[in-house]
Design a protein around this ligand. Structure first.
Ligand code: M6R
Length: 369
């Protein structure tokens, strides 16, 4: 039941720190090494893989986009991510040395299932990342990594998404571990950072009132744009998807630098633009670039809503609203940066009088192709 929350979605947003903690539980050894042998893929098999292909739909696809950045960075194994519905219709290059990762909360999504069957027919090994014990997708896969988000009832995926991100990080780090690539101080410190995430998500949840107020204030907007770079790009896409499916509002996500190649023409006075800003520490080039993107957007009259790390002062002059998230290494930032966008969409849907848990035209799991 809803445990006193108005909607399942609100309850599920609130459950995210626990969902993340549960998904990490038992998967990191005392020495910081990862324990994923329950996956049923041997180290030899993983060492042989020369390519990773992630297939998924909707929100799970956005988790897959983040996986690509993380897996390539940590393992140096080429990683592609593709919408499951497109995958088998384009004669993809997959074979015995391809690890296909199929991400699905329900484990019953027909597009993903058909793509994984195709991949197996081509000889690929398939690893399912799934939230539903014994569902069709994990049953038909060679290996499975379960996320422990618990049942997700609201049609809009929230806690499952955060746990899919965790699963992708763990699988990426594990691949790095067994292949011996980049297994050094950087990866060891990422493992520590992962363990800090549940309390960081908690921190974000405690500061959401201004985001709710902002959603109510913007509830008559006709369009909202979301932009990000690097792993902030899939976060932007996820923010836009949430708003579309819940608030029935035109919303689009862009890679920030693509704006100047066309979409910047959409920006007129007062259009809300949500910008996901990476950490100013570490790869500061990325940060500097997005600060100039915010400047450009603002100069064209947009109302800028900036998701930025605590202490990031560089964004202040160009932000109409700032939503602060705790410090996080860039690759892990989607775990904290997505939360305000979920809250924003949920509140927007309520303010516009729509059914938050059962948006029109949508089902929890899409079992037709
Ligand atoms: O169960 P799955 O993870 O395979 O579902 C995939 C998508 O249908 C799902 O993520 C959908 O996009 C959500 N409604 C988004 O909130």
């Amino acid at each position: 039941e809803k445990d006193g929350y108005d909607h399942f979605m609100l309850k599920e947003i609130a459950e995210q720190p626990k969902a993340v903690a549960d998904t990490l539980l038992g998967r990191i050894g005392a020495d910081g090494r990862l324990l994923l042998d329950q996956m049923r893929l041997s180290d030899e098999e993983l060492r042989e893989m020369d390519k990773v292909v992630v297939i998924a739909c909707g929100t799970a696809y956005h988790a897959g986009m983040v996986a690509k950045y993380a897996i390539e960075h940590w393992t140096r194994v080429p990683c592609e991510v593709e919408l499951a519905s497109e995958f088998r219709y384009r004669d993809p290059v997959v074979g015995r040395r391809t690890l296909v990762v199929a991400i699905s909360q329900s484990g019953e999504t027909m597009d993903t299932l058909m793509a994984l069957r195709y991949a197996r027919e081509q000889g690929a090994r398939v690893l399912a990342i799934c939230n539903t014990n014994g569902a069709t997708i994990p049953r038909e896969s060679d290996a499975v990594f379960y996320t422990y988000a618990g049942p997700e009832v609201a049609v809009a995926s929230t806690k499952a998404f955060l746990t899919q991100l965790i699963a992708c990080y763990l699988v990426g780090l594990y691949l790095g571990q067994v292949r011996g690539t980049k297994w050094g101080d950087e990866v060891r410190s990422v493992v520590r950072d992962l363990s800090d995430l549940p309390s960081k998500v908690d921190q974000v949840l405690e500061t959401m009132e201004p985001v709710r107020a902002l959603a109510r204030e913007l509830s008559t907007a006709t369009s909202v744009l979301f932009v990000g770079r690097h792993v902030g790009f899939p976060v932007a896409l996820e923010g836009a998807l949430k708003l579309k499916e819940l608030a029935y509002m035109h919303a689009e996500g862009f890679a920030a630098a693509e704006l100047k190649h066309g979409p910047i023409a959409l920006i007129e006075d007062g259009v809300p633009v949500v910008v996901v800003v990476p950490s100013p520490r570490g790869r500061s080039v990325l940060h500097d670039k997005i600060v100039s993107n915010i400047q450009e957007i603002r100069a064209r009259g947009a109302r800028t809503i900036v998701i930025a790390e605590e202490g990031d002062e560089a964004v202040v002059p160009y932000a109409d609203h700032i939503v602060r998230v705790p410090e996080c290494p860039t690759l892990l930032q989607p775990v904290v940066a997505t939360v305000p966008l979920q809250v924003f969409a949920c509140e927007m849907a309520s303010a516009r009088g729509f059914d938050v848990d059962q948006p029109r035209n949508l089902a929890k799991s899409v079992t037709v192709e």
